[in-house]
Ligand binder design. Structure first.
Ligand code: CA
Length: 231
C-alpha cells in the first residue's frame, strides 16, 4: 500500500507498545512510537497521525494533560488506552475530547475495530448531516431520512424519544457515547434529566429490538460510561 495511515502510539510500557506495534504493522498501518507525553506531542505536530492511541499513565505528563494539549491544535481521533478501569476516568477522557477508549488487556480484533471506527469517524468530521442515509446491520435497518426502523423486514414502532436515541447511537455506531452526551443531545443542555430516564428508555428500546434484552446484540452498555451500538 503506497499511502499507509499513520497511528501514533503514546505508551511508556515497552511490551504493550510492541504488542500494539506488531498488530498494527501487520495490517499496513505505519506506527509511530512515543514513550512519554512530550515526545508524543512533538510527533503529533510533526507527523500529523491519522489516529492517536494514548496511555493515560505516562512518566512525564499526565495522559489527560496530553489529551488537552492535543485538542488545542488538532481534532485527530484519540483513543485512550489504559490499565485503569475506573469509569470516572473513562468518562473524563471522553468528555475531555477523547473519541474512544480501550481497556488493557485487549485483543487484536478489538484494537483494530476501534481504529477502523476512529478512522471512519475522522472522514466524516465536519459534516453536520448524518453520515449514511441508512444503518443496516444483522437485519436491523434504520432509514434516517424516512425515520423508519425495521427488524427482519418488520416495522418497529418507537416513540419519538426512543427513535432519537436509537438514531443517535446508530449514527455513531462503534463509538461509545457517554450518558451525559446522550442526555444533552436528546433532552437538551438545560433539561432536568438523569440517567434513570435514559435507562427506562433503553429498556423499552431493547424490548423492541433485541431477541434477548438481557444479552443485547445491537446496543451494548458500557457500565458506568454509556452505550455503544454495534457497527
Ligand atoms: Ca503507562
Amino acid at each position: 500500500m503506497a499511502n499507509k495511515q499513520t497511528i501514533l502510539v503514546i505508551e511508556d510500557e515497552r511490551n504493550i507498545g510492541n504488542y500494539i506495534d506488531t498488530i498494527l504493522s501487520s495490517k499496513e498501518y505505519k506506527v509511530l512510537r512515543a514513550m512519554n507525553g512530550k515526545t508524543g506531542l512533538s510527533l503529533c505536530t510533526s507527523h500529523h497521525p491519522e489516529v492517536i492511541l494514548l496511555d493515560l499513565g505516562l512518566p512525564d505528563i499526565d495522559g489527560m494533560e496530553v489529551l488537552q494539549q492535543i485538542r488545542e491544535f488538532s481534532s485527530v481521533p484519540v483513543i485512550v488506552i489504559s490499565a485503569r478501569t475506573q469509569e470516572r476516568e473513562k468518562v473524563e477522557a471522553l468528555d475531555g475530547g477523547a473519541d474512544d477508549y480501550i481497556t488493557k488487556p485487549f485483543g487484536a480484533e478489538e484494537l483494530l475495530a476501534r481504529i477502523r471506527t476512529a478512522l471512519r469517524h475522522r472522514l466524516h468530521t465536519g459534516q453536520s448531516q448524518s453520515q449514511e442515509p441508512v444503518y443496516s446491520k444483522d437485519g436491523l435497518v434504520i432509514d434516517f431520512e424516512r425515520r423508519l426502523v425495521t427488524l427482519q423486514g418488520k416495522p418497529i414502532h418507537l416513540t419519538q424519544i426512543e427513535y432519537k436515541l436509537v438514531s443517535l447511537l446508530a449514527q455513531n455506531a462503534g463509538r461509545v457515547l457517554t450518558y451525559d452526551f446522550i442526555l444533552k443531545e436528546i433532552w437538551g443542555p438545560y433539561a432536568d434529566t438523569d440517567n434513570q430516564i435514559l435507562r427506562v428508555n433503553m429498556a423499552n428500546i431493547r424490548r423492541k429490538l433485541e431477541a434477548n434484552p438481557a444479552e443485547p446484540h445491537f446496543i451494548f452498555t458500557e457500565i458506568g460510561v454509556g452505550y455503544r451500538m454495534l457497527e
